[in-house]
Design a protein around this ligand. Sequence first.
Ligand SMILES: NC(=O)c1ccc[n+]([C@@H]2O[C@H](COP(=O)([O-])OP(=O)(O)OC[C@H]3O[C@@H](n4cnc5c(N)ncnc54)[C@H](O)[C@@H]3O)[C@@H](O)[C@H]2O)c1
Ligand SMILES: [Zn+2]
Length: 672
Amino acid sequence: MDIENKIKNLVDEINYHNEKYYNQDSPEISDYEYDNLMKELIKLEEENPNLKRVDSPSNRVGGKPLDKFEQIQHKVAMLSLSNAFSKEDLKDFDRRVRGMVSGDVEYVVEFKIDGLSVGLTYNNGVFEKGATRGNGIVGEDISKNLMTVKSIPLKLDEDNEFAVRGEVYISKKNFEKVNRQQEDSNLQLFANPRNLAAGSLRQLDPKLTAKRPLDIFIFNLEYIENKAIKSHSESLEFLENLGFKVSPNYKVFKNIDDVINHIEYWTENRSSLDFEIDGMVVKVNSLEQRESMGYTAKSPRWAIAYKFPAEKKKTKIKEIIVEVGRTGTITPTAILEPVRLAGTTVSRATLHNEDYIREKEIMVNDTVLVQKAGDIIPQVLEVIKEERTGDEIPFNMPDKCPVCLEPTVRLEGEAAVKCINMSCPAQIRRGIIHFVSREAMNIDGLGESIITLLLNKNIIRDVSDLYYIEKEDVIDLERMGEKSADNLIKSIQKSKENELWRLINGLGIKYIGVKAAKILANNFKDLDKIMDAKKEDLVNLEEFGDTMANSVIKFFKEEKNIHVINKLKSAKINTKLKEDKGLGLEKIFDGMKIVLTGTLPTLKRNDAKEMIELRGGKATSSVSKSTTFVLAGEEAGSKLTKANELGVKVIDEEKFLEILNLSSKEEVQENL
Ligand SMILES: NC(=O)c1ccc[n+]([C@@H]2O[C@H](COP(=O)([O-])OP(=O)(O)OC[C@H]3O[C@@H](n4cnc5c(N)ncnc54)[C@H](O)[C@@H]3O)[C@@H](O)[C@H]2O)c1
Ligand SMILES: [Zn+2]
């Protein structure tokens, strides 16, 4: 593969995992694997600067703020950190710092708490607002949820306006407690403390958040009015005196060797802490020096996060089980003798596929080394062959699907063994769960247990059957009454009017998540056109690589998919983009002055301009008090700063596209 395509594919893959991790709080790969993808991308981009795309994820912070919350624009951008994985990386960092500033350098070293980043603002001594990081510029307003975190002071003795940043986390003890409760109530377990903290804080109902024993460490003073503070350590002391729980056990060092020693100590001893850390953060202490160093698009130049290597432990494989996924892939999983690893008890590890098992010569009853790096799914690293006793049993992938008992196949050139039975219940069930989920067709009242019932009773066989359900079909189902049956049918019917991207995402095309679904919807405007798209059309889309394009084409070649789509169409489900309401577009931007700045993720600048003008707005180039809003993309720069100073509203592309669907100027004003 040529380098350009390699970069494109990496970008696709990373974008897909970002969406899973930041927006859905349900990552599919470990942080370790993710970091490796990112490392590879950064390396290729550094070697081929001309191939680096402006919208590269290596330039970008976090995920998109979700619409279910009010959006908050941060006064100081909430950025990410660049990473170090070795002593050498830390020494390089030290050299870079000393090359940029004059005089002595002091470093503060802190724990890198594995939680969710939040920003808090205070004014006149009271807590005002709290937000998630979002995309770094705009975050989600989670003030009410944060108020339930007991260690966040709501009143304090400081009248000046200021903002702090911290990490909301859950202690190891409380993490296990919550997971035990989940287990008792037959609910899904949280993969790790970070997921639990993030999931709890992004609840719509603060009462749910209040039930979770969340905590916070504050690690930065973002700004303060009328107060001269010289160093980071001084600001932490100041915050501690105000009553904040600040970054625990932070230490100041005068040279990088001492920093490295300290980090080595905690690499060995982190399990003694009662909260999870995934690394150590090294920050320049002098605020004046920090200012002179500044920022890249994604992170400050004056700090670096050292990521711990994966923690490893020995344990035994008791059994190997197989499960069938949405696309029919049969995945082997090792059931382990439970072992404590990176803060959680591990009793399963993924074995990926047949080749992985062969290559590592894994057998049932083997003693193995497992690894977990703040991860979701632990991995089997290697078999400790010296510990074999003769009781080991080789494992073969099943030749029958464990669910439908039809023969399995392994296609040439693919690692996965699959069940290709189109009517295999395991695949269909997962596909339907995905179709109705919040990020897809968003059908209320259709939980996993009802879907299972509907399938078992043969009321539905694929997603399109949902639209043909009648009240009589469901009213007698367990725990269903007249009222819930009505509501269920109503929400199914309502989903017919959904935006096109929801349908595309719901179809479950491999590699096509929310973001890619939106790109397809916005570019082709019609499901039929997407179905007819040629490979050239697809790879030319922003953010699309070979893998994604091939996957789309393959999906729409399959007869069973066409069949489902035809049934969906007969049910009169919306298959068109709603943006264009015929010739006379509503003048929803009438008289508004709108400033465009930075690179937008999918729209070309001229297209965005045209969209504004067609709706009666004026696209201007400089920000002033009379600007209605700024539409900002990556690297928005000085216009963004100006907008912030003047208190002019800033929105991102996603929000913009949403606003385009509104039907009056009043609605736009309300929704800004
Ligand atoms: N598994 C996946 O699919 C997946 C996907 C996306 C991201 N990720 C993970 O997320 C990481 C990227 O996320 P990120 O942008 O939040 O970067 P990061 O986690 O590498 O570092 C930045 C964050 O560290 C936090 N932090 C904790 N303690 C801190 C302290 N004392 N001082 C300063 N900051 C502190 C801050 O909240 C900040 O946002 C990746 O390296 C990867 O590990 C995983
Ligand atoms: Zn099957």
